[in-house]
Design a protein. Structure first.
Length: 291
């Protein structure tokens, strides 16, 4: 067990203490990295399908990678946060069995850990915007990768140690039991992760059902029950979200983006994009280049 855990390493993106207000209100956030919050004052909410957690002072929260959630603040919220990628030798996340949000009561060491992370990793705040659609761009990822490359051995090892301590707070027997009793079936969570990571592939209901050994119609009903969408509608929504991200961040041509998001043709991509966003891909790109 210890050897398996030690095959996991972490790549730090951001760590900071921020004061948020009611503008911190984002829906359908899904990121390829983990987030951990410590709330020092104020209130807010994280929601994930049927599960909602109140953001309260004195508690730690984790949002594992590829966990779809909504974030909101009613008036103000002061929080420490850290965002980091997980890298494993076998490609399997510590949270692969249940990507859901969790909450634990904080202790004094947790606060010291956040302060220490900030001290040994300066310049890791999000200064442009607290909107994930703004700061989740390839150019910004590269900035943090360069900062990681500049870490000396002492900084790297200490950063790994602190992140391991924070992650360990969410691996207690009680939380593991919560995961096992989670409302969303593991097969549906696995399918959501599979869809998000394979949007460029041909994804049919029949194929998705067969890969988790379920009847197609039963799978569709089950998927809709826990996500609110039929599988094909969900796939289309995620493809357009990925296309929006690529338009803002990659500088790729429309034909390349259509291919990367699994559309059979540029015309199909353009028509679907406009139907969902109200703008053509070209107009969308021009608009956000001016924002």
């Amino acid at each position: 067990m210890i050897k398996r855990i030690l095959t996991h390493s972490f790549s730090l993106m951001n760590v900071d203490l921020v004061l948020l207000d009611k503008k911190w209100n984002y829906k359908n956030v899904i990121s390829p990295y983990h987030r951990i919050y410590y709330i020092s004052s104020g209130t807010g909410e994280i929601s994930h399908f049927e599960k909602k957690l109140r953001l309260e002072p004195g508690f730690l929260y984790i949002i594992p990678s590829f966990t779809l959630c909504n974030l909101s603040c009613e008036t103000f919220l002061e929080q420490y946060f850290v965002q980091f990628f997980e890298e494993t030798s076998d490609g399997k996340s510590l949270f692969a069995s249940n990507r859901s949000i969790f909450k634990v009561e904080a202790n004094p060491v947790d606060i010291l850990n956040f302060e220490r992370l900030k001290l040994i990793n300066p310049g890791r705040g999000i200064n442009r915007s607290d909107d994930p659609k703004i700061y989740e761009k390839n150019i910004y990822y590269k900035e943090y990768q360069e900062l990681n490359m500049q870490q000396n051995t002492n900084q790297f090892l200490e950063t790994q140690g602190v992140l391991l301590q924070l992650v360990a707070r969410f691996t207690s027997p009680e939380i593991i039991a919560q995961r096992e009793r989670g409302h969303i079936p593991v097969k549906i969570l696995d399918t959501i992760s599979y869809i998000v990571m394979n949007l460029q592939a041909s994804l049919s209901v029949k194929y998705l059902a067969e890969r988790i050994h379920l009847n197609s119609e039963y799978f569709s009903r089950l998927f809709e029950q826990y996500t609110g969408s039929r599988p094909l509608a969900y796939i289309t929504e995620k493809r357009i979200e990925r296309a929006q991200y690529l338009i803002m961040s990659s500088g790729a041509k429309q034909t390349e983006i259509a291919k990367m998001t699994g559309f059979e043709s540029l015309s199909h991509f353009s028509k679907t994009f406009k139907k969902i966003t109200g703008m053509s891909p070209r107009a969308y790109g021009k608009y956000f280049s001016l924002v």
